[in-house]
Write a protein that binds this ligand. Structure first.
Ligand code: GLN
Length: 471
């Protein structure tokens, strides 16, 4: 059942929020083999559901997500609930406030069901580097669900909850969505507040959404967006009609099918992208091929810029302000102890970030400028660009090389500050394929029009492992 159908049932009183959440908790238990959960508090979720049922009984009208179970990535603040971002360094950190996006979701009636497993501090593409251990892909338990929001995508794909909220810096919502056969949106930066999101690389961090269909994606975005005094980079609500955009046929939409010399996806993945472009064309979109060079350089630039910003952001984890106090007699010894709590990948990136001098930093910024200009140039003549989300289908859990290349097609939109949506389209060897749509800044309407049109075609997602009772 979709999030909107669930909410409608709860609003109409044909199901109680408690009943919905009890069933979701049963599915959460059944999904234990996925190791996709960082933490959950059944009592609290049921109390939230009871409060909704009581409000309805008192005659209050409930919001658009009434009683809908939602998964939060373990890097989003929920006041008083441990938020470790899957890192030993943040064990014992109980945030003093709730992330703005989470507060807005609750105001719309959503119930927080669980916190999703992730790569430590958002660094990775496999959800293999986590203090909770690796998460699994519900389409094949030997494979990774992607990362870093892998737990989120796995739980939505397995039907445990219809919505998960994650974060996307270089692809951490789109890439796991693609590997798990669900929808993932990285919105235009500024639409969603980052207040209460543990920072990775602040210039590219965005909150993102994972769902099973474009309508739920739009509904979720709609209740969370808008200016927030707690995040000065947020912008006011755009004058959109996402409900209209979802229904509109893609007739006349100008779509650029990206040809990316030097950056190839597996042929069977490219074939699905071509098929999606052809389907849009058959529905009246105007599709042409456009060249985008420099993806490998963009990936290197992303890696450098992400490391520089992460090294700076992580300096605040000094063993004094967050989590358990570090051992040691002076600040230096405590800082050393705090650093020792980081996992290998985090340490590697902090070292890399500090090792990047002004010259290399400038070159990375120049490469970011080039890819941004090229993308914006194409978007002058197109409403959206289409390309693979990832070079391959879901990798095996220990396939470090696939993890390294997983951001090849997602990093460009991050570097260019443009919104991007991954939608499931087609199946290869029983595994889902993700097609990525990249739009203009605040151009989400075009993304939703195209995604909804392809969804109506029946995007053919393979069945994930059965988690009973079905959503
Ligand atoms: N896989 C990317 C990385 O490891 C993306 C991370 C992210 O978006 N949080 O940096």
């Amino acid at each position: 059942m979709s999030a909107r159908e669930l909410a409608e049932a709860v609003r109409a009183g044909s199901r109680s929020a408690r009943q919905v959440i009890e069933e979701a908790l049963a599915r959460l238990d059944a999904a234990a083999p996925l190791n996709a959960v960082a933490d959950h508090d059944a009592e609290r979720a049921l109390a939230e559901a009871d409060a909704l049922d009581a409000a309805r009984a008192a005659g209050e009208s409930l919001g658009p997500l009434a009683g809908v179970p939602v998964i939060l990535k373990d890097n989003l603040w929920d006041a008083g609930v441990e938020c470790s971002a899957a890192s030993e360094s943040l064990v014992g950190f109980f945030p003093p406030d709730t992330a703005t996006v989470v507060r807005r979701l609750r105001a719309a009636g959503a119930v927080v069901l669980a916190r999703g497993n992730m790569d430590e501090l958002g660094m990775g593409s496999l959800t293999a580097r986590s203090r909770f251990g690796p998460a699994k892909n519900p389409h094949d338990l030997r494979r990774s669900p992607g990362g870093s929001s892998g737990g989120n995508a796995a739980l939505v794909a397995a039907g445990v909850a219809p919505i998960a909220i994650g974060s996307d810096t270089g692809g951490s919502v789109r890439q796991p969505a693609s590997w798990c056969g669900v929808y993932g949106l990285r919105p235009t930066r500024g639409l969603l507040s980052r207040w209460g999101l543990v920072a990775l690389a602040s210039s590219m961090d965005t909150v993102g959404v994972i769902t099973t269909n474009p309508e739920d994606l739009a509904c979720c975005l709609d209740v969370m967006l808008g200016a927030d005094p707690l995040d000065q980079t947020t912008t006011p609500r755009p004058p959109w009609r996402l409900d209209v955009a979802l229904r509109e046929p893609p007739r006349g939409l100008r779509v650029g099918l990206l040809i990316t010399p030097g950056a190839e996806a597996a042929p069977e993945v490219s074939a699905q992208v071509q098929r999606a472009a052809a389907a849009l064309s058959a529905m009246g979109a105007i599709v042409d091929g456009v060249r985008l060079v420099g993806l490998p350089e963009a990936l290197l630039a992303y890696t450098a810029l992400c490391a520089v910003e992460a090294a700076s952001n992580l300096a605040r984890f000094d063993g004094q302000r967050f989590g358990r106090p570090a051992a040691g007699d002076d600040a230096e010894a405590q800082a050393r102890d705090a650093r020792a709590r980081f996992g290998d990948e985090v340490r590697r990136r902090v070292l890399l970030g500090h090792a990047i001098g002004a010259d290399r930093h400038r070159r990375a910024l120049a490469a970011q400028g080039r890819i941004t200009e090229a993308i914006i140039g194409h978007l002058d003549h197109h409403d959206l660009l289409i390309c693979p989300t990832t070079p391959t289908v879901a990798a095996h859990l220990d396939d470090a090389e696939a993890g390294r290349l997983a951001d090849l097609f997602t990093a460009p939109a991050s570097l260019a500050g443009r919104p991007a949506l991954s939608l499931p389209f087609g199946v290869v060897d029983g595994l889902p394929v993700g097609v990525q749509l990249i739009g203009r800044a605040y151009g989400e309407e075009a993304l939703f029009t195209a995604a909804a049109a392809l969804h109506r075609q029946g995007a053919s997602v393979p069945e994930a492992v059965e988690v009973q009772p079905r959503l």
